[in-house]
Write a protein that binds this ligand. Structure first.
Ligand SMILES: Cc1cc2nc3c(=O)[nH]c(=O)nc-3n(C[C@H](O)[C@H](O)[C@H](O)COP(=O)(O)OP(=O)(O)OC[C@H]3O[C@@H](n4cnc5c(N)ncnc54)[C@H](O)[C@@H]3O)c2cc1C
Length: 312
């Protein structure tokens, strides 16, 4: 068995690549198949993922657009839909600032294909990002809608919005390597998107995992203490039982013996507003100590990167 300390990485470099690349990178965390990423692997990976219904992968890339409608009723009708997974702010009477994930925009069209604003937005996005919308193309094709104009807002411009708008429209991904007790708590934050290493697809007896189970060092016990020795003994026994089960059972069946201490990887993708909420709850003295072990240094980094949203 292997014992490692928990860690995190803010995935800022993903913000500067294509949406397809970031979706593939995040999606492959589930299968731990990052070594399969190549110059042309994103397209087939994404098409296959969407076909299989592994939809949360399509939440891992957002884009921000400014939509202008020359008729008030188009905007009113759009608001009446109450789109749940889009962040929408009205910049002036005729202009909306909208941030949404690939999934958010896809499902907006799937749920409301006849609404003028929705048709107008999707027609432009589908022309620009066919990979994400081709399977939804109507028989008549993607028809631009008169009276509706759309402009993509670059990330550099999102970062110049006032702090309130930036907190809502700037999304950021963080990859955590931690134990499954901590990730079970993290995923309780509902307005975020998550992708996590799957114990159904990953077989830890394979070479790729060093043919061993990796556990996260518990911060509760000193390494020389009796408690730590007891914990380590339990992990050794668990690993051996897991490998024994894998001789006849599938990983999803064998994983039933794996404990909370098992190492996992999770990508959390959220707006700065949601990160602020997470830090408030998860750095407080009431929070679980292994959670604080990650969230306190992470929140310090956010204060340096986005001081307007996370004042020191
Ligand atoms: C110290 C501590 C102890 C905890 N103990 C337990 C425990 O013993 N058992 C347990 O089950 N959980 C426990 N939790 C989890 C906790 O109850 C929340 O589920 C978790 O912290 C997510 O935070 P949240 O509910 O504020 O909102 P999030 O899910 O992060 O959502 C962000 C915001 O969106 C809004 N929102 C999202 N969904 C809804 C909704 N359905 N209705 C209304 N508003 C919504 C709210 O304004 C919310 O503040 C604990 C959390 C902490 C920090």
């Amino acid at each position: 068995m292997r014992v490692i300390s928990p860690s995190f990485e803010i995935l800022r470099e993903l913000d500067h690549g294509s949406m397809a690349r970031r979706i593939e990178f995040c999606g492959r965390v589930c299968y731990k198949s990052e070594e399969k990423i190549s110059d042309d692997s994103a397209g087939p990976f994404i098409t296959n993922i969407l076909k299989r219904g592994h939809n949360s992968v399509a939440e891992m890339a957002v884009l921000t657009i400014k939509v202008t409608a020359d008729t008030q009723s188009y905007i009113n009708h759009f608001y009446e839909l109450v789109p749940r997974y889009l962040v929408i702010d009205r910049l002036d009477k005729a202009t909306l600032l909208i941030t949404g994930s690939v999934r958010g925009f896809r499902e907006l069209f799937m749920d409301h294909p006849a609404v003028k604003m929705v048709k107008g937005i999707t027609a432009v996005l589908a022309g620009r990002y066919p990979l994400f919308f081709d399977d939804l193309r109507p028989r008549s094709g993607w028809l631009p809608q008169a009276g509706i104009a759309l402009e993509k807002v670059p990330l550099t411009e999102v970062e110049t919005l006032d702090a309130g708008l930036m907190a809502r429209h700037r999304f950021l991904a963080v990859k955590f390597i931690t134990n499954r007790a901590v990730t079970h708590e993290i995923v309780r934050h509902r307005p975020c998107s998550y992708l996590q290493e799957s114990q159904r697809y990953c077989r830890y007896d394979k070479d790729q995992f060093g043919s061993e189970v990796t556990f996260i060092k518990p911060m509760f016990f000193d390494e020389n203490s009796e408690e730590y020795k007891l914990w380590a003994r339990a992990m050794v026994e668990t690993e051996s039982l897991y490998f024994e089960l894998l001789k006849t059972a599938s990983p999803q069946a064998a994983r039933t013996v794996l404990p909370n201490s098992c190492k996992t990887e999770i990508i959390v993708f959220a707006s700065l507003l949601q990160w602020r909420h997470i830090f408030k709850l998860r750095t407080s003295t009431a929070a679980e100590p292994s959670m604080r072990e990650l969230m306190i240094p992470l929140s310090d980094k956010f204060k340096v990167i986005f001081p307007a949203v996370f004042p020191a």
